[in-house]
Write a protein that binds this ligand. Structure first.
Ligand SMILES: Cc1cc2nc3c(=O)[nH]c(=O)nc-3n(C[C@H](O)[C@H](O)[C@H](O)COP(=O)(O)O)c2cc1C
Length: 176
């Protein structure tokens, strides 16, 4: 049984996939991991499109690089459902969707599938492509499939991530 930290270190971005379709039972596990994710005030603003039809994948590939994945999830926030902070209107839609994405991406690694988080696309083009409701905004795409490359080493973070002392500080560190 993997600990959480083992899973977090094992997970890596996969950018090459076999043509094998994603097992529907595994997709259910991934979607369930997204369903239980925390969102601001439990608003559950995420709206997820399953893209697995050949023509839809082809069209999506023109908008976003999904590396030939047989399945992609488009994660939108419904801004009619997002939590807005009362005193300044701060809207947690992109945060809710990022938390849901993180849960689903880790679930992919847990069930042995590869995935990559993709934000490099023009949201309005994606919105038009799927004729999304006005209040929905597509923030992320998660490309999923069977890895066609070796997984990166779980030890890579020794060099691929900053040491903690570059990102974590005692609260008093900046006081005069
Ligand atoms: C918010 C976010 C946006 C990302 N957008 C893209 C993207 O558009 N295309 C891509 O290939 N990878 C994208 N990635 C993947 C990152 O490049 C990758 O997670 C990072 O380099 C660390 O590598 P690892 O996931 O293998 O540990 C994104 C990741 C995050 C968290």
């Amino acid at each position: 049984m993997m600990t959480f930290l083992e899973l977090a270190k094992k997970r890596c971005s996969i950018r090459s996939f076999t043509k094998d379709p994603v097992d529907p039972a595994l997709l259910s596990v991934i979607l369930e991991a997204g369903r239980v994710a925390p969102t601001a005030a439990n608003s559950q603003s995420q709206r997820i499109l399953i893209v697995d039809e050949k023509e839809d994948l082809r069209q999506l590939s023109e908008i976003a690089q999904i590396y030939g994945a047989p399945l992609a999830l488009v994660i939108c926030a419904d801004h009619n459902a997002t939590w807005k902070r009362s005193f300044d209107g701060f809207d947690t839609g992109p945060i809710d969707t990022a938390v849901v994405m993180t849960h689903m991406m880790l679930a992919c690694a847990d069930v042995g599938l590869g995935a990559v988080w993709v934000d490099y696309f023009r949201p309005q083009r994606l919105k038009s492509m799927f004729n999304l409701p006005d209040s929905w905004f597509p923030y992320h795409v998660l490309a999923i499939g069977t890895p066609n490359v070796a997984l990166k080493s779980p030890d890579r973070h020794a060099t691929m991530r900053l040491p903690l002392d570059r990102t974590v500080f005692k609260a008093g560190a900046f006081r005069k």
